[in-house]
Design a protein around this ligand. Structure first.
Ligand code: C5J
Length: 236
């Protein structure tokens, strides 16, 4: 059986299908100046550090022909899916829907709402637009995972203690085996990232597992590449 060396103990991997890479909200709104993250007063540059690590995981999953899915947090242009409480929260200079340097803040389709070019999805890779912090709330994520027979989620992205942690908890409650990649997730607050990693793996992995990207990639090498998948990914 293939495993990933993880905390609090080894994470067993399904050897055929059933595993997906989840990349949460690696969109310009959170990683670049002038977006939602910056409007809330955060120093956004520290999130950039994980980009190469997420890219390595994305490459490894694509090479195996496994599901890579991304999320973006955003709202419809008419903001009917944005609760007024969310819009007011933080008392920011620029609120959700206001025009900013990258288009309207946190609105679907605006330049700021695009996934950063380094991690751009391929045309056949799903991108879930989510109005909330959790990726299961008001989306078809659960349906998508069911139709792809996914049971194991390798979770990455930003920010660790907000959308990443909320999604992880939602997934855990739905029975998914979740592993959070320690160096492929980041927060504006290092102490919140650390606390989240500790919370996830405490009490015997009450919400899931954590491991480094190297540990994940080492574990994946124990699963033979399906030659069909390899052909498919090299043709892309
Ligand atoms: C936030 C997120 N922090 N993607 N969203 O508002 O974590």
């Amino acid at each position: 059986m293939a495993v990933i060396a993880a905390q609090p103990y080894d994470y067993p991997l399904p050897t055929e299908t059933g595993i997906a890479l989840v990349i949460i909200d690696m969109q310009r709104d959170f990683l670049e100046p002038g977006g939602f993250g910056a409007a809330l007063g955060n120093e956004v540059s520290r999130l950039q550090a994980i980009v190469p690590t997420v890219q390595r995981l994305q490459r490894a999953f694509r090479e195996r022909g496994w599901l890579v899915l991304q999320t973006v947090e955003g709202h419809r242009p008419d903001l009917t899916d944005c609760p007024p409480s969310k819009r007011q929260r933080g008392n920011a200079a620029l609120k959700i829907g206001d025009p900013g340097p990258m288009g309207r803040i946190l609105v679907l389709g605006e330049p700021g709402n695009q996934i950063i070019p380094e991690l751009a999805p391929k045309p056949d890779e799903p991108v879930i637009a989510k109005p909330g912090k959790g990726a299961f709330y008001n989306t078809n994520l659960e349906f998508l995972l069911k139709t792809h027979h996914i049971s194991h989620l390798i979770v990455t992205g930003v920010t660790t203690e907000v959308c990443v942690q909320t999604t992880l908890r939602e997934a855990n409650d739905r029975g998914y085996e979740c592993l959070l990649v320690e160096d492929a997730t980041e927060s504006y607050f290092p102490e919140f990232k650390q606390a989240t990693l500790d919370m996830v793996r405490a009490q015997g992995g009450i919400v899931g597992w954590t491991a480094t990207a190297d540990q994940v990639l080492d574990g994946l090498t124990d699963i033979p590449l399906n030659p069909q998948n390899k052909e498919a990914s090299s043709a892309c």
